[in-house]
Design a protein around this ligand. Sequence first.
Ligand code: NAP
Length: 246
Amino acid sequence: MLDGKIAVVTGASRGIGRAIAKELAGLGAVTVINYNGSSDRAMEVKQEIESCGGQAELFQCDVSDYAKCEAFIQDVIQKYGRIDILVNNAGITRDGLLMKMSEEDFDRVINVNLKGAFNTIRFVSRQMLKQRSGRIINLSSVVGIMGNAGQANYAASKAGVIGLTKAAARELASRGITVNAIAPGFIETEMTEVLSDKVKESTKAQIPLGIFGKPEDIAKTAAFLASEDAGYITGQVIQVDGGMAI
Ligand code: NAP
């Protein structure tokens, strides 16, 4: 279904990004696994993809760094000649009450989650405009829709991703490029693993379906948005949250 497509997935060394990279590669896309820290986990993802007959490549880049993102995207274009799918998944949390939140924690979350998505779109869209086609998928969150106490930085970044998605969708639509966001609810990854049992139980109580999501739930949605079948969908925020933010 995605045979021959070139897909870039940021933050694909673990969690949701890893599941998205594996899903896109399983559908035939040559998948670029971006990571920031150690390459060990990203290498595991590459090996998992290759052991299933897929193709993957590793690219280290801190997505919050504008100049490094330009070099990263240029390297991918130089190597593969095009980029068909961009998934802005890289994200972090630095939780704390607003009144006690440090400037550094606010800035870092905005810089990775929101500016990081801007940085990659900024450079990938130039290539997609030339191609007159492309799919951009940004990871937002239910928290960007509902807000959440203790996550002012994260909620602002994820609400910002929705605005970025809608603006980019309007700018790029005339050249056949779609831009959509996915707003996951509570998904079982390392990001949510650190939360206390008390927080987990009170969150679960807010989920009409009564269960937490899996990274694969988000990966399936990303694969649909990346497919030809989703060609008439742009500027949308798809909630994959078990009904949490109905
Ligand atoms: P995770 O398990 O903590 O994984 C985060 C990924 O982002 C890792 O691969 C990490 O790479 C990468 N990353 C972090 N900072 C980066 C940077 N500066 N540059 C490049 N990559 C960076 O998180 P997750 O739960 O899978 O979340 C993935 C996305 O979904 C995030 O945007 C998150 O906000 C969003 N989301 C998650 C949930 C949830 O319940 N889990 C809910 C809503 C939205 P390294 O290992 O190299 O640092």
